[in-house]
Design a protein around this ligand. Structure first.
Ligand code: NAP
Length: 295
């Protein structure tokens, strides 16, 4: 069997086209152009590329973006002051702090300072909590993008066995919650999981976000499974690869995401969706029921 390739580039383009139309409708109705503020500390080249890609996506669909490129020596107090200012700025709908932050800054502290209704990354405990209680508001971008991919390709998780390898706050945990919400039976694996190969072998849907090149071996994968590879790893020769042995896995899986071109573009598309959603929330800010009754 050769797996069908799940084309994240194509699906993300489809989402961006839909968003462009939504944003044009807003213009017609004389509604504000949404604005995403992005903060980058330091000059890590990979982070700079991610920030540039997010800015390009904003420009391409008609979301305003403003950037704060700050030195790595910025103190936590300075960063928190900037977040406070953006929280109270009515022209800003979404705030994104590019991770990782320099070691002298407490990332959790910083992420919790962003108002939940401007937390377009979906990392604030409020937004993660909403997902836990089955009332998601701004959903973490990567897992949300993966759910969009599954839906686009007609994969309904209901009743399926889903295995998520990796349990981080930004990928594995919210991914497991998304799949649970979609009524899969979910297993979460992490660094202390015993018999990982056996767990993986039971998966109808396998999502991997570990950060180790080719970590998941092809022979572990259940024939016909849907394989979603979140990993982005740079090999010594400069090439990007995922956490799954792609060439082997595509001979067993039913569908599989490539790296690059799979999950990555979907994360950005979800960020754009969340920014528009935040703007709609802010349009309705007078309506106090809006947080209790998400869109
Ligand atoms: P992370 O915070 O380092 O988390 C890695 C997870 O993998 C942890 O839960 C860890 O377990 C688990 N793990 C480590 N070794 C393991 C092992 N031997 N067996 C099973 N599980 C193991 O990483 P992350 O931020 O979630 O990112 C994971 C990967 O996804 C990275 O390559 C990152 O670049 C990529 N990523 C891609 C996107 C995208 O848009 N495509 C977005 C975000 C991240 P413990 O919890 O026990 O430590």
């Amino acid at each position: 069997m050769t797996a069908q390739i799940i084309d994240g580039k194509k699906v993300s383009q489809h989402i961006l086209t839909q968003l462009t139309q939504e944003l044009q409708k807003r213009q017609t109705h004389k509604l504000r152009q949404p604005c995403l503020a992005v903060v980058l500390l330091g000059d890590d080249p990979a982070s700079a590329v991610y920030v540039r890609n997010k800015q390009r996506a904003c420009e391409s669909i008609g979301i305003k973006s403003c950037q704060h490129l700050l030195p790595a020596s910025t103190t936590e107090a300075e960063l928190l002051r900037l977040i406070d200012a953006m929280n109270t700025d009515d022209t800003i709908d979404g705030i994104l702090i590019q991770l990782p932050l320099p070691a002298h800054i407490d990332s959790e502290h910083v992420l919790e300072r962003i108002l939940p209704d401007k937390d377009v990354d979906g990392f604030h405990p409020y937004n993660l909590g909403r997902l836990v209680v089955k009332k998601p508001l701004l959903r973490p971008c990567t897992p949300k993008g993966i759910m969009t991919l599954l839906s686009y390709y007609g994969v309904n998780p209901e009743g399926k066995k889903a295995v998520v390898v990796g349990a981080s706050n930004i990928v594995g945990r919210p991914q497991a919650l998304e799949l649970l919400l979609a009524k899969a039976t979910v297993t979460i694996c992490h660094s202390a999981t015993r018999h990982l190969a056996e767990e993986v072998a039971g998966a109808d849907i396998l999502v991997v976000g570990v950060g180790i090149p080719h970590f998941i071996q092809a022979e572990w994968i259940k024939p016909g499974a849907v394989v979603i590879d979140v990993g982005i790893n740079r090999l010594p020769d400069g090439q990007l690869c995922g956490d799954v042995d792609f060439e082997g896995a595509r001979q067993r899986a039913g569908m599989i995401t490539p790296v690059p071109g799979g999950v990555g573009p979907m994360t950005i598309a979800s960020l754009m969706e969340n920014t528009l959603k935040a703007a709609v929330l802010h349009d309705k800010a007078d309506d106090l029921s809006v947080v209790a009754n998400p869109l």
